[in-house]
Design a binder for this molecule. Sequence first.
Ligand SMILES: NC(=O)c1ccc[n+]([C@@H]2O[C@H](COP(=O)([O-])OP(=O)(O)OC[C@H]3O[C@@H](n4cnc5c(N)ncnc54)[C@H](O)[C@@H]3O)[C@@H](O)[C@H]2O)c1
Length: 316
Amino acid sequence: MTEVAVVGAGLMGHGLALVFALGGHKVRLTDTNAETLARAPGLMATALATLAEAGEVDASWDRQRLSHAVRCIPSLEHAVQGAAVVIEAIVEQPDAKRAVYQLLETLMEPDAILASNTSNLDIFPLVPASLQKRAIIAHWYTPPYLCDLVDLCPGPQTDPAAIVTVRDMVRAMGKVPVVFKQMVQGYVANRLQAAMQLEVYRLLDEGLVTPKDIDESVIHGLALRVPILGIMAKADFTGLSLMQQGLKNRSYTPPGPRGHSEALDALIAQGRTGVMSGKGYFDWGDRSPEELFRERDRKLLALKQCLRKIGPMEGT
Ligand SMILES: NC(=O)c1ccc[n+]([C@@H]2O[C@H](COP(=O)([O-])OP(=O)(O)OC[C@H]3O[C@@H](n4cnc5c(N)ncnc54)[C@H](O)[C@@H]3O)[C@@H](O)[C@H]2O)c1
């Protein structure tokens, strides 16, 4: 059992607090926004109920046990006191991250590890000198209680032992760590998602397809094979000479980053920001975000349990 502090109780933070609690650790969760911190126990309880319903956690896990395992603490100082691992899951803004690392430098225990959940930032230039040896990136996917991948990156001065500690910790919780030699912006999965998003926004901005066409192409075209074959094994099954020919034949230029998308900007300007606002690319009716997350989680869990039974095609 390790004492873990999670700083930031938003979409990722509450999920990470739940994952570490279920992994047998003692968690303290904090956020500068009192409302967000107050909302976290309800969101964790909903996720826990979904996991329990699917038989993914033992029956002793109820709301009461959860409230002992994850304590919500408004003060950053009290949240990180005594913690051996501090997970930073605050907003993805360099200035906010720099400011919180400066506070953590004085508040964290002298040998505690700082693990940032950043999606894209090279956080190491933002980390004060005295924390460099103990700072790593430990990047999770949403929802972290269902997605098992954890990207681990050391900074230029990180003590390798910090990576090993967190790698072993997440592996013991049934997660799948991928250890990078250095900071790789976007890791693997986020780079692939970013490349897909450039294609998606170009198709939408040029009016070539609808959001529904895109999801149908992904769900009925790409998705079935990916969980079993990944991308590289799928290439082996396609045949590598066809892959080579495909590279030669391609007659359009893949989109480069433009920094914005007209289709996306127009939706956001109308307040259509996604499930949290009830509308995004699609209209989610009058169902609450909690209801929608619950349905998503139930379906993902059912798929995950099937995939666990089937297993991947694994070459060596
Ligand atoms: N949303 C995702 O799918 C996802 C996936 C992987 C990684 N991440 C990364 O995780 C981090 C958090 O993302 P999120 O989606 O949970 O964001 P979010 O906006 O839902 O939550 C961030 C929280 O941080 C809080 N906060 C801001 N400054 C703080 C401070 N100084 N101390 C304590 N709390 C503070 C905010 O009040 C907010 O509740 C980001 O770095 C993001 O890139 C997000």
